[in-house]
Structures are given as C-alpha cells and as structure tokens.
Design a binder for this molecule. Structure first.
Ligand SMILES: [Zn+2]
Length: 182
C-alpha cells in the first residue's frame, strides 16, 4: 500500500486520545520503580518478569524463533510495533552471539516492512526497558505530522486507538516479510 492510501486509512482508522495510557498491572513506569530496589531486581529476572510469567507479550501479531512482534490497539503513533526477544535478557549484549544476530536480523526485517508500508520521514528505534527490563525494541515510523515532531516519541504524551484494519495492514506485511526471508 502506498503512503497516500495508508494516510487516508490512518485518518479513518485512528482516534487520537488526550490521555495517558493505562499501564495496567505494570505499576510505576519509566524508571520510577528503580528506587524500589527489591522490586526492580525482581523484574530483572525471568521469575519476576511480566512477559516471562505471561509466556509472551500482549497483542502478538507475528513471531520468529528469536522474537515476538506485537501491535497493541492503543499505540503511541501510527504504524507502531514492538519486537520482543524470546530470551529473557535485560540488555541486547547479553544475548549469546548467534541469538543476538538472529534477533537483530528479524528486528530489521520487521522495521523494513514497517518502513515499506508507512514510508516514514525516518524510522526510530527505541530500547528502554525502564519498566519491563526484558529486551524489547520499539519501532516508530515518524512523519511530519506525528504528535512528537521535534523530539523522541513519548508514549505517555499522546496516543491513538487503532482499528482492527489499522493493525491488520502492518501485520500482513510483517508476516510476509518474515516468511519470505526464511
Ligand atoms: Zn522476561
């Protein structure tokens, strides 16, 4: 799909929200948990990790041997997806070299599929893990009219609600890209 079509669909499919997304069961977010040392240390382990305890992230739309790709209904920006490692590590450098290579290869295939679909001015890649320290990479296709122009994406500042169709388009492109590269 060309950008023009994607724009028209995005306008029809999305509803911008002027609120902070609910962090659900995550408790304090964005590093506010760091001073609670016992809880922070617990989250750094698979036993205390909400992704490991759940078995996968929420809203998974695709997966490979190395990662899950997720796309929540409430998103910081149109085209947003997240690539989460299937191995519990806090930092990407903690993955053993073969897994590290597979994770980045798959993540870049996903990023390329998102870029092909949304034709952004620039792709942004963000790894934080300040709330959930299980390796995950946020992928943001940036546009001239996105709500965070002039700075990095702050998922807590503005959000949009995506329709099923707005999620299906990137899902289908990502699945095709991952299938064709195997
Ligand atoms: Zn984990």
């Amino acid at each position: 799909m060309r950008r023009q079509d994607a724009d028209a669909d995005a306008d029809a499919d999305t509803e911008y929200l002027e609120l902070m997304p609910d962090s659900g069961d995550l408790g304090p977010t964005a590093g506010a948990i760091w001073s609670e040392q016992a809880e922070w240390q617990r989250r750094r382990t698979p036993e205390g990790c909400i992704i490991c305890r759940t078995g996968a992230p929420l809203d998974v739309i695709a997966e490979t041997s190395a990662c899950w790709v997720s796309a929540p209904e409430i998103a910081p920006i149109a085209g947003y997806v997240c690539v989460t490692s299937k191995s519990h590590v806090n930092e990407p450098f903690e993955l053993p070299p073969p897994e590290q290579s597979t994770f980045w290869r798959d993540a870049m295939r996903v990023a390329c599929a998102v870029a092909d679909l949304f034709n952004p001015v620039k792709m942004n890649y963000e790894i934080h893990g300040n709330t959930v320290p299980h390796l995950h990479l946020h992928l943001f296709p940036r546009h001239l009219d996105d709500p965070c122009v002039g700075g990095p994406i702050d998922p807590r500042r503005a959000s949009l609600r995506r329709s099923a169709d707005a999620i299906e388009r990137p899902r289908s492109c990502i699945v095709d890209a991952l299938d064709s590269s195997n």
